[in-house]
Design a protein around this ligand. Sequence first.
Ligand code: ATP
Ligand code: MG
Length: 328
Amino acid sequence: MRIFSGIQPTGSKHLGNYIGAIRQYVEGQDRGDPAIYCIVDLHALTVPWDPATLRESLYDTTAILLAAGLDPERCILFRQSDVREHTELTWYLSALTAHGDLNRMTQFKDKSAKQRELVSAGLFFYPVLMAADVLAYKAQEVPVGDDQRQHVELMREIARRFNERFGEILDVPEYRIPEVGARIMDLQEPANKMSTTGGSEAGTVLVLDDPKTLTRKIKSAVTDSGTEVRRGDGKEGISNLIQILAVARGTSEEEIEREFEGSGYGDFKAAVAEGVVDFLSPVRERYEALRPDEAALEEALTAGAGKAREIASGTLAEVRSAIGVGPT
Ligand code: ATP
Ligand code: MG
């Protein structure tokens, strides 16, 4: 099973990224042959960025992934811009992508509405680059959070269209979305997903937040005027905290509801805070040990890029030959 997934080096990664994606990456290392994980700095250029901050965040994200348990001996971990095949394949695939399909992507609609100065063509093209990321490795499985379902469906369509036209060259990948925790919501705006670039600061729980900050954010999470710790309509805030605690403790949402039957929201939030602190603290501690050694991080990424390029360049040679580009 070839596994591929990407994560943006924008800002600090949050609990949604950790639960929806990073947790699955770690688990995928043992199933993946290979498991390929990419820090997608090119995707980060689709919204305004600062060059120096982007470089820093790239190392932050690398160190978070290693701290979470990715092992460069058991997976391929690399930086997207190191492997030029991604951008080349993006162009070839763009010729098979319907403009109308890109126009109906909800991520494009949401993110373009939030841009104040420039809605870049890059933001519109994001799903094509993402299709190229995955298809360049002929990956069969793509671990992602629920918000990326639509993009994976689109890349499946692009791969099918390519194969119909040019022969069975690309694999049509499946997404892998976790059963619990596929969509962690912003603690202050529980109708919106927790997000690196779009969410509220107080409602975004960062993987690297210290225990005091974690506790403050969770205790001030928006709930509802009711009293029952259970999931349901109009209980988006409480439902979100239930799913978070279930994942943090490695149990089910039903089990959490049973345990907190009759408890008040205050006691419940205190338990969620404690659960999240226990869940994230080991990652933060390992991060603090790993992050200062940028040379070691760079070395791991460079080695990963070498392995990635070997696979991607093979696919690109097949693609070029099939579509009639370059010498015979
Ligand atoms: P942005 O909001 O700027 O797109 P992001 O928070 O979505 O940033 P990404 O790097 O784009 O971060 O996403 C990395 C992975 O995390 C993706 O697989 C995505 O589906 C997953 N993910 C992002 N937000 C959540 C969330 N709130 N709950 C669960 N998974 C999430
Ligand atoms: Mg995203």
